[in-house]
Design a protein. Sequence first.
Length: 484
Amino acid sequence: MSPGVRRAGAGQGAAAAVQLLVTLSFLPSVVEAQVTGVLDDCLCDIDSIDNFNTFKIFPKIKKLQERDYFRYYKVNLKRPCPFWAEDGHCSIKDCHVEPCPESKIPVGIKAGNSNKYSKVANNTKELEDCEQASKLGAINSTLSNQSKEAFIDWARYDDSQDHFCELDDERSPAAQYVDLLLNPERYTGYKGSSAWRVWNSIYEENCFKPRSVYRPLNPLAPSRGEDDGESFYTWLEGLCLEKRVFYKLISGLHASINLHLCANYLLEETWGKPSWGPNMKEFKRRFDPVETKGEGPRRLKNLYFLYLIELRALSKVAPYFERSIVDLYTGNVQEDADTKTLLLNIFQDTKSFPMHFDEKSMFAGDKKGAKSLKEEFRLHFKNISRIMDCVGCDKCRLWGKLQTQGLGTALKILFSEKEIQKLPENSPSKGFQLTRQEIVALLNAFGRLSTSIRELQNFKVLLQHSRDTSTVWWERGTLRCHCI
């Protein structure tokens, strides 16, 4: 790893601690692990989160992701890796991203009014969708100069002091719009040393961890004999709340991405067309408590923790979008109004959830120590967003960048509560702003987590109905919180 990757010192900060006892029940055995964290309520369970997600969040967030405002994401997939010499991109056809042709991008997105919150009169009645790309490997990275100039018209309000991730320069000639619906996150065949180097760099360099402590199931770590990671979790439990939370966020994101790959696995090709679907063998390899030596259940618990973090952020940022000045502008007046109504409905649901994470306990010690720790936390996460430029698979890089930016935006929201409360109703504010790129990343990243939890339920059903009873290793789980 290049010295450019910033390593963390031992930050100081006092935080109110509540111990969260998390118990996942598996068949035929029970796996228990203690994890620390803070929630608003002291009693919650995975079944409640599953039901809330399945019946309230998932159907609506899925519809939202299909709206023009949220399906087009501008991203630079050509930024060089800042930490090591990347040996080229993945040559597998399923790794490739199909950019959206300039002619198919909604007029309001590519040539919006300079004030993105204005309710601009627009006579556009119908907007064409991007056509399905004929080949996964075909990449058209060109955009007309006129289009590039038009894209600049998007107002870019920036609150750089609180950015938790490295933002792409949307004005860069290499930045391009991608239709997320035509480039779904799924298994691409990208694996091996290149993929492991990325995740190893994220965990080893950016999780407040000394090199002498090895995380479990890391193939790049030297042999540790009988130690299957217990020393790692002993070390983790000794950290302050903020550093434990940081690790759980990264682990939860990793688990979510793995779930997407297992649920949308390349099963076979029929008549030259790929077939995608759930792969139980791959799911067991990544999450089975026996095959992962107990690590799989921990990963899934961190997924639920990450879900609660981003859920909390959505409930906190609701006032920002509830203002009449905010308009999710694409150029289609009716669709824009419908999109905002759907988004506000989702925010209402997030605010009704009774078991939110309490972010006020973080960075709550003495002001100097808390400020230093928060800055360290921010820089660590910003580095992780930079590491995503080292991913060799374009499609993996696309979704990695989007989901890290989404989480970074969620963190920015959680630690900007005072600024959000001071927002004026009818005029823009310099105190807190979100760019369109941040908004799209935030909602799509949460949509990915919602999908992960939904796919988890599907795998539970598949495992329970499998003829091989030995594969039925997980029936249900509970998440209990005990205040101490």
